[in-house]
Write a protein that binds this ligand. Structure first.
Ligand SMILES: CC(C)(COP(=O)(O)OP(=O)(O)OC[C@H]1O[C@@H](n2cnc3c(N)ncnc32)[C@H](O)[C@@H]1OP(=O)(O)O)[C@@H](O)C(=O)NCCC(=O)NCCS
Length: 180
């Protein structure tokens, strides 16, 4: 049994330990980590899975600017599940909760760097055929998911960290409710 809850500030240490266990400490060298260094994760979009007192899963989303910067987009990651709790639906639960909230907040696209074999079940597909590029990352590992159908027909270009257009401008009430 597990519950998915908003991340709390004092979860940080347990999240770092979980990610080291799931991915190894060299995870910090990945190109996608550079996208998270100088900006905070999006408020209201960081969740953890708990089983009793134990933190067993984590997901965060980061603001992204693509091309002309007019499409509210997110970078998902890291998504991690404690090794002894993998394959029990925790990853699936965290992604679904994150997608639902991201959609409510007005985001249109989610990108990530990961395995197509895992993420395709959540509607992710390779991003490079749409002209989406993450500098420094292997093109085949960049995946994209539309939260609003048709978005991929009108956006392409290089990804940059940070948001040039906050969907909160459009949906400020939802942003405030989602803050914790
Ligand atoms: C990848 C990860 C987030 C998935 O979370 P989870 O809670 O273990 O997975 P779920 O229970 O939601 O889904 C289980 C399904 O995903 C598949 N799966 C799990 N990890 C996978 C991977 N790395 N690649 C492909 N498929 C994977 C399982 O085979 C299972 O498939 P089935 O439903 O057809 O039986 C988690 O295993 C993890 O943190 N792994 C360590 C990091 C890692 O390997 N990352 C690589 C993926 S980007």
């Amino acid at each position: 049994m597990f519950m998915i809850l908003p991340e709390r500030p004092n979860d940080e240490a347990a999240i770092e330990t979980l990610l080291d266990n799931a991915f190894g400490p060299e995870r910090h060298n990945k190109a996608s980590y550079a996208f998270r260094q100088n900006c905070p994760a999006v408020a209201g979009l960081s969740f953890v899975a708990r089983s009793g007192d134990k933190l067993v899963g984590t997901i965060r989303f980061w603001p992204l600017t693509i091309g002309d910067g007019l499409t509210p987009a997110l970078l998902l990651g890291p998504l991690g599940v404690a090794p002894e709790r993998q394959n029990y639906g925790i990853g699936r639960g965290l992604i679904r909760r994150g997608h639902l909230m991201a959609e409510e907040l007005g985001y249109k696209l989610v990108l990530l760097v990961g395995e197509e074999k895992y993420y395709s079940r959540f509607g992710y597909e390779p991003a490079h055929p749409y002209g989406l590029v993450m500098p420094g990352e292997e093109p085949a590992r960049l995946m994209v998911h539309e939260l609003e159908g048709g978005t991929l027909q009108r956006v392409s270009g290089e990804l940059q960290a940070g948001d040039s257009l906050r969907p909160g401008v459009l949906k400020g009430d939802v942003i405030r409710q989602a803050s914790y």
